[in-house]
Design a protein around this ligand. Sequence first.
Ligand SMILES: Nc1ncnc2c1ncn2[C@@H]1O[C@H](COP(=O)(O)OP(=O)(O)OP(=O)(O)O)[C@@H](O)[C@H]1O
Length: 255
Amino acid sequence: MAIMIDCKNVGITFDQSKVLANVDLQIQDGEFVSIIGKSGSGKSTLLQAIGGLLTPTEGQVTVAEKVITEPVDEITYVFQKPVLLEWRNVLENVLMPIELKHKRKPTKEDITLAKAMLHSVGLAGHENKYPHELSGGMMSRVSLARALLTRPKILLMDEPFSALDAMTKEQLQLELMQLSVQFSTTIVFITHDITEAVYLSDRVVLLGEQPAKVKKEFSIPFKRPRAKQLKFEPSFTSIIKGIYEEIEGRGENSS
Ligand SMILES: Nc1ncnc2c1ncn2[C@@H]1O[C@H](COP(=O)(O)OP(=O)(O)OP(=O)(O)O)[C@@H](O)[C@H]1O
């Protein structure tokens, strides 16, 4: 399978402080990779470098073999707090990338597709509501539908579900998993929730302490999409245990 994202020896220094050093990470086309690590370890910084929002001080990031120095169309970002325009209804918010990315007015086909996306994320019938009429979970759903509308090759997600209640989060995890498999989207996902990381991902990448590099990678050997019952299987929970032990420095090869 082709490499979609290639971080080669990436280092990032802010003022005098070196946040990332020698990060080497390759992500395959269609792969779902989660990045975990302690607070302040540099997860968002790495994601910003992949998205072209930050230029590495050392090394380079390539996406589909192009060196990234600025944001590119193939990549869409999803943040923890959904950024919705208050004066636009749900359907109009989902259609925003057509105007911003493709610089044209939405066609009938775009509107049909946007409605289908809203249906896939459980928001059929809510197209005409305004953001102030939505719950946090509904806003996250709008944000997900909008991110996937233009079928980006790559989705960069920075703790997208961390502010949601457990049941809404579980539902959105399922929807994201279905859609990412359906569209073969390459996803880099930041989370503090290890169960979420293991459940969603083909691979979980642990960043070390500052200056951070990839401390350990865990392959998750279950075919996606996965049933939610997987979370109770011993083969699943033993991977979680291994990751906790690595984070706490009790892993097999921890330094
Ligand atoms: N623009 C910036 N200028 C200076 N320092 C920064 C900047 N952005 C991030 N940092 C510093 O880089 C370090 C890593 O921050 P980053 O947000 O990448 O960590 P994180 O692992 O995503 O943290 P969290 O899990 O708490 O969200 C922190 O010490 C932070 O203060």
